[in-house]
Each structure stands twice: as C-alpha cells, then as structure tokens.
Write a protein that binds this ligand. Sequence first.
Ligand code: GTP
Ligand code: ZN
Length: 213
Amino acid sequence: MQNANLESANRAIAALRTQAAPRVSDEEMRQAVRTLLIGLGEDPDREGLRDTPKRVVKALKFLTQGYNQSLDELLNGAVFHEDTNEMVLVRDIDLFSSCEHHILPILGRAHVAYIPNGKVIGLSKVARICEMYARRLQVQERLTDQIAEALQGLLKPQGVAVVVEATHMCMVMRGVQKPGSWTVTSSMRGVFAEDGRTRQEFMSLIRHTPTFH
Ligand SMILES: Nc1nc2c(ncn2[C@@H]2O[C@H](COP(=O)(O)OP(=O)(O)OP(=O)(O)O)[C@@H](O)[C@H]2O)c(=O)[nH]1
Ligand SMILES: [Zn+2]
C-alpha cells in the first residue's frame, strides 16, 4: 500500500513535470535569474555576472536532478533473495539537499537500516535512494519518510529505520542565524517502531565510532 502511494506520488510528479516542461525553457529560467540579479542591485552585464544566469540554472537543475530519477531506474534490478534475519545498516551517507522554503542547502547525513524478510537490496542502492530524494526541494521530515517508505515498499522487510541529521543553511546564514544547530529526524517502520530493543541496537550502532575512521 505504501509502495502504491509512493509510486502514485512519483507518477503525479512526473506528469506535472511533463506538463510543465514545455512551458518554461532554459532561456526563460536564465531570464528569471537575470531579473533576480537586477532586483539585487547588480549589473547582470558586467563580466563576472555575464554567464551567471546560465550557471545558476545549470546548478539548480543539478541540485534537483532527483525529480528526473525513478526508483525502478536507480535500482537496476539489484534486489536479491537472501535468507537473513540480521540488521543491515548503511550509515554516514552524505546528503546535499535544498530546503523548499528558501532553496538553500541542507547539509547532513543519513543512516539507513532494515531487517530483511527474504530480500536484500544492493548496498549502493540504499545510498542512491537517499540521493534521489535529497536532490529535490525538501523538508527534512519528508526526505526521511520517503527513504523509509521506498525501502519498505521495495523489500517488505521486517522493519526499516532511517535517521537524518542535517544543518539547514536557512537557519545558519539567515533568519534565526544559528550555526551549529542540527536537526535530527527519524522514520521507524515495523520492528523498529514496535520493539524498543531493536531500535536501541540501531541507535547505538549509528553512535558507535568505527575503528577505521
Ligand atoms: N519542519 C521543517 N521546517 C523547515 C525545514 N527547512 C526549513 N524549515 C522552516 O520553515 C519555516 C518557514 O517559516 P516562515 O516564517 O514562513 O519563513 P521565514 O520568515 O523565512 O522564517 P525564518 O527562517 O524563521 O526567518 C522556518 O521556520 C524554517 O526554519 C525543514 O526541513 N523542516
Ligand atoms: Zn529553508
């Protein structure tokens, strides 16, 4: 059911993008950046800024490239049958996202665990799932949930746990200006939600400092 929701949300986003795509050209986007520069009191024709609209549009498209990806594509079939009941944890996955309120960076990392139920996923695909959702305009809570929901839908595991720790540039460089503040969000499914000991094991594994660091 959750997977069906996720897929229908992805389809809705894809449909919106298809409708929107012909309406806004790269040139129009560049013009919008040029307008912003003028609004900021700059001269968009001075040497240093001449190519800035082009660069900004390219950078923003890169930072939101997750809209053009799908779970199917990134998985490339890397779901395998495996009989194991032990926790799989991929931790310290770097995240670079953008907040949807200010389009400013969210910098952080994700820790993702699941307990299989007959199926495992290629380890790199866990990081790729995080990457796909991070490379969209986000709020941290939704990003965290989307990662958990994707794994839940793909693997139907005994449980999924996702913790995201991030700092928001909109809270650091502007607004309330609190450098050093971190936001921690979590999404727990199945045994991680129901069983305190499993959740505790996960929490202690993500706090543990590996010897190779
Ligand atoms: N819950 C949540 N809030 C976020 C996230 N990123 C940014 N925000 C918040 O979104 C809110 C938007 O509030 P507004 O009052 O509309 O915007 P603002 O005037 O720019 O707010 P300030 O940042 O307080 O100056 C702010 O409190 C941000 O801190 C996020 O990932 N999750
Ligand atoms: Zn923000």
